[in-house]
Each structure stands twice: as structure tokens, then as C-alpha cells.
Design a protein around this ligand. Sequence first.
Ligand code: GDP
Ligand code: MG
Length: 674
Amino acid sequence: MSVEKLRNIGVIAHIDAGKTTTTERILFYTGKIHRMGEVDNGTAQMDWMPQEQERGITITSAATTCRWRDFFINIIDTPGHVDFTAEVERSLRVLDGAVVIFCAVAGVQPQSEKVWRQADKYHVPRIVFVNKLDRIGANHDKTLEDMKSILDAAPLPLQMPVGEESLFSGVVDLLSMELITWGEGTADPIKSPVPEELKEEASLWRDSLLELLSESDERVMELFLDGEDVPAELVMEAVRSGTLRREFYPVLFGSSLRNKGIQPLLDAIVDYLPSPRDLPAVSGSWKGEKIFRAPDPDEPFSALMFKIMTYSGRPNLHYVRVYSGSRRFGEKMFNARSGKVERALKILRMHANRREEIRRMDAGDIVALVGLKDVRSGDTLCDEQAPIVLEELSFPEPVIFIAIEPKSAKDQERMMEVLALLAREDPSFVVKVDEETGQVILSGMGELHLEVLVDRLFRDFKVEGRVGRPQVSYRETITGQVTAQERFAREIAGKEHEVSLTLMLEPLPHGGKVHYVDVCPDDSIPVSFKDIVAQSISDAASSGALAGYPVIDIQATLLDCAYNPERSTDIAFRAAAVNAFNRCLREGAPVLLEPVMSVEVETPEEFTGDVMGSLNARRAVIQGTDRHCNVEVVRAKVPLKEMFGYTTSLRSVTQGRGVFSMELSHYDPVEKES
Ligand code: GDP
Ligand code: MG
């Protein structure tokens, strides 16, 4: 199989737009599954973890390979819930093109806007599928308008939808000018000439298509302006190259639930989305030097390990995206981070929960490996003779935590093992043991995120235990500038350790970390000791003076240092730096900071007042509202502490029809309760 015949795509959408339903249909029509799953009764193939099926949501980006015509399509399923942003980011990092699904009733919703912008960031070419045209209130014009006004993107409809709402029956293909209709059930589409009564409208749609294409392709422009026929192959070529350059976004129409529109969508995926060959060389570095690798099997091998999946009683699966070169199973791969050699015992193409063993992986492939030993999400595997570190993935910091307690001593060991596995799988999940209380603390991105992880621990891995209530992960900072001089002098095991240093701490504006800046005037201190001071301060900053939360938004400066080449040892520097830092923290008028979230609530108009009320009761600062049709979007900043349990209360004030999403905005000082 050649790389040109490969498509690595993601399906991205707002919750409930129909991502899972559409993916199911794609798998059905490409022949990979024989019985169609339905999201609503929890049998969808892509959502296969029990936690996902129960909640009707998609959490893990399982990669699934399927075949259409003589092309291979790898589908990376991306989660829609914002608690899983890290998952969306890493899928976008490894896919080459995306299908964006909009709901024809709701149009471009806030979360679709968010993922659209994320896809912009990664320069991902996209095609758009406007779904749910069978629903009452479906309005394709509005969705196209939303694309222009909200996303500032140019839609390029390749079809004209035929029939509205329950009468939606098919589309006119504007390239071939044929009518495509679907009957009941899963039967193949029927192609026929465009009926007389639709001809005029269809030719207007085709003219707009050619007009937009003319702006990006001169050959189309010449023929179009001369009133000549533009051959279908030329149109396809122009659509493809404009899509790859992201000048416009081809739009198709359908109703996944009614099995309408899927085959043309599959055609569009292979015809217009990029193959790995169409992409620029991937960049990385080695020892400070920038390196590029072309998507070519003959280049040195490079691959990004983007996802580990852990199963109870089964070997881990490591999902990799191969960027260049190739490897057979059992062949050496060099882990650029650990410096160790890894070997894959098996290379697998995955179908949500079924697997096919293959002998080698080539540039462009997305496969799962079995048998890797010491790898983390984000690691680069490469050729030892041509090492490279591909750009790493970045993950947001956890804002919420729970304490967890094993039922027995026997469970303790097993629990720590499993937690370590789960944390490798998901870098936005952190496990820590509280040094003072010995409690095990799990931190993550939100209530649902932790709930799902704990559920996997208890159910899949059969660990028994109890969890506490979710709690806010606060931060600490200081509010005043402060200086401390600290002398450390002690004899340890017959050796003198001594140093004196002066440290200054200053508060920084919102959003920083501890910055350590060395302006010590004394050049006589070896750089290695300055590094020790920097490292000691950054370690000490993980636990503040008030309640042991991480310290942020602080700048530390080493002002002075009395150094003695004989007695000023590592130990002395470390102890003096930590003591000075801790004293500064205590004396710098420390305050607790709480995470404040950007919250977006969508609700049918009639509940807007109640939604505002529910937010105001939670110390919200309302930022504004927008209306799309009769859906109101309320934007607010709300302290995370107040958002616990909001899912339930929103459900009750909107009769189950409101949805919300939130992400970290910033940290604010906690107001003293009077
Ligand atoms: P996801 O959250 O984006 O994965 O969306 P799902 O695929 O889970 O679909 C959400 C809901 O919309 C489910 O109840 C589906 O049955 C329903 N749905 C999906 N596609 C269509 C469609 O084309 N028409 C209608 N009427 N409902 C649909
Ligand atoms: Mg889903």
C-alpha cells in the first residue's frame, strides 16, 4: 500500500452533533462492522469502554482503520467533553485532516468553535458534514452563515440538500449534477438525473461553487468566465488543492441517524483530505539543532508515541504515529527521551476493540504496538543513528483532586501500581502521595475526568477502596516583596558544610510560574551551584507556606552569596536555598489562589433567566450572552469551587436541555470568608 492511499483523520464536533453516530456509519459502510451500534442504547463500537457506553460519551481516542475504495482511512476518535481537552490536542497533533460535524439545528456551537480554533492552530485541513438535516428546525443556510460569521471560514458546498426536515431525502451532487437519494434502512444510494423542478436551483448552487473555486484556481476561472463547461476532474483537483491550502472548507449534507449522506462523505475524505505525503516535513530537534523529516519510508525512522492504553490483564497498547522511515516488528527503535532501545513484538492495526497483526509500519501509519517497556505519552521513537525529538505535546495543569484510600493493605500495592499505569496513559492525570498525611491524591481536569479514572480503577482493575469528595486544587503566592538572608553551617559525617546566601522574592502578575532569576553579583560561584539553587527553589515551590499547594506567580532572585570553595557543598547550597525560600514565603504576606473557570452554558431561551440565577448563586461574573436561533449561550467566569455538582443543577433548571463546558481561565485570591 502506498502512502498516497492513506488518510489519517479525526472526527470533531460539539457534544451531541453526531460524531459517534457518524463514525459508526462510516465503519458500517466500509465493511468493518456488520451490525450498526446505536449510541442511545450503548452499543456503539467506537465508544467501547463501559464508562463511555454508560455516559454516552467518547473518552479515549481509539484509532480505527477502515477501507474505502482502495484507500485506508485511520479514524482517530476525539472526545467531545472539555474535561478531556488533552485528548483532543493530542489527536489533532497526529491526524492530517478532519471531518467537522455541525448539527443543522444548532449550527456552529461553542465547542465546535473551540475545536475549530484548535484545528487552526495545527493547520489541519477540514471538510464539514452538516448532520441531522432530518430534524425539525434543521437549517442548512444558517450553518453556512455561522461558518462565515463565527468561524470566519469559507464554506464550499459540494452538494445541494433536497427536502427539508422529515422530508429530507438526499442531495444533488454539484460536480456530477446527479441526484443522490437514500431509501429506508441502510440500502445503497440511488443516483438519478436531477428532476426538472430542482434544475434551476441546483445550477445556482453550482455557479456559486465554481465562483468560489475561480478565486483559487485560474483554469477554473477562465472556463467559468467564458461560460464553458468545467470538467469534473478539474473541479475535483481545484477543490482538493484549495482544501489542502485551507482556502475553503468543502461542505456535505446528511443525516447519520437515517443513514443518509455517508458514502459521499467517505468519497470526500479520500478525494479531498490530505495523505501523509501532502504534508510538510515534520520538525524536531536533537541537541539544540532543528531537524526535519519528510513523510517518506526511505528517510530515517521517526514516530511519536501519542497514547498508551492500559487494560487489566492484557499487555499495554502503545499508539504511534510514524512520521518517516519504517520499522518491522522486532526491529530496534531508539527512545530519544530515555536513551533506551525498544522493540515492538507486535504491530497492530486497530478496530476499536479488534486487531489485525501486520509486519511493518511505514511513514504515515498510525498503529498500536505491543511490547514496549519504558515509554510515556509524547515520547519520540527513532533511529539510533539519526536521533530526533519530535515536538512534545503540552498538557494543561490539573485543577481538581480527590483523596483515595484502599480498602486493605493488599489493595494498597495493587492500587499504586494501577494508578501509575493510568497516569502514564493520561498525562493530564497526576498521582501524588501527601508527604504529611500519607494520603494518596489524584488530580485531574474535572469531576468527570476523575470519576471515570476512579471507576476504571475499581471496576476494570478490581481494586477496592473509597474516594473522598472532589476538592479544588488551590495555588499559593505572595503579595509583598521580601528578602531573606540564610546561613547554613553544619558538620555532617565529619565534613563541614557552609554557605550564606540572600534571596529576594517578588510577586508576579497572574498566570506565571515561579521564575528563578540569578543576578548574584559574585562570579566566583560555579554555575553548577547556581543550578542547584534554581532546582532547590523550583522543588520547594511545589508546596507553599499556607496549606502546601503549589506556589505560582513568583520571581526569585539570588542577590548575594558568601561562597567558600572548601565548605560550600551541594548539601549546603540546597539547604540554604530551601530555607531562604520558605522564609520568604512565610514573610511575604502569602495568599491562597483559587482557580476561576471560563464557563459557557447553552440553554433554550426560555430558561436563560433561571440559568443566570443559577450562575449568580455561584459567585459568577457574567461576561455576556449570545443567541443562535432560540439557543442562548451565557458566558461567565466562575470559581471552580462553586461549579461542583453544576451538571445536576443545570439539568434541573433547564429540564435537562442545558449543557455547559468550562476550562481554566486564571487564579484569583480567595476572598476571606467573614
Ligand atoms: P456525539 O456526542 O457527537 O458523539 O453525538 P452522538 O453520535 O452520540 O449523537 C447524539 C444524539 O443525536 C444521539 O441521540 C443520536 O441518536 C442523535 N443523532 C445523531 N445523528 C442524528 C441525525 O442525523 N438525525 C437525528 N435526528 N438525530 C441524530
Ligand atoms: Mg460520542
